[in-house]
Write a new protein. Structure first.
Length: 172
């Protein structure tokens, strides 16, 4: 994708991030655990979340944009306690019309490089719908492996969805 920029989110991106997530949540048959109307953060709350992520040594909030338009978001939130500070949970999305065009790949490349360089993270986990083959393929490309499956883990669009738990263990 031409003119694609991947960068850390800034507090001033909050309103655009909210709009992006609300549009995504309203989309039918999308593999996320968020339904229309459920993303209800205020601009102030989202800006605070972005700021907290930026100040953390085990969390990262990335946006992918083209010509100033957010077309992808990745959040990786690290554990808040000593016992799980080394582990983070990842979520990634791409806008309708921008999927399978390298957005997810660019975000994953950036987050894995950041995590390896962090010196803090040893594990990145995620969940993915079992029928989301493009996403599963992307995660496997970066070394994620399936650790388990949860039946009926998500209820969205009037039906239950199974998810896989996948993780990447980072080198010492």
């Amino acid at each position: 994708m031409h003119n694609l920029i991947v960068r850390e989110a800034q507090p001033e991106d909050a309103a655009r991030c909210i709009e992006y997530m609300q549009t995504l949540a309203a989309e039918a048959n999308i593999g996320i655990g968020l339904s229309a109307g459920e993303f209800t953060l205020t601009v102030e709350q989202e800006a605070q979340f972005i700021q907290e992520m930026a100040q953390s040594d085990n969390s990262l909030f990335l946006v992918a944009e083209v010509d100033g338009r957010i077309i992808g978001v990745l959040t990786m939130q690290g554990g808040k306690r000593k016992s799980n500070h080394h582990a983070a949970s990842l979520g990634i999305t791409a806008a309708k019309g921008c999927r399978n065009q390298g957005v997810g790949n660019a975000l994953m490349q950036a987050v894995v490089a950041w995590a390896k360089a962090s010196g803090t993270l040893k594990r990145i986990g995620l969940t993915v719908y079992t029928d989301n083959q493009p996403a599963i393929h992307l995660y496997e490309k970066y070394g994620f492996v399936v650790e388990g499956q949860s039946k009926k883990a998500i209820f969205r669009d009037g039906q239950f969805h199974d998810v896989l738990q996948m993780a990447l263990l980072l080198e010492e």
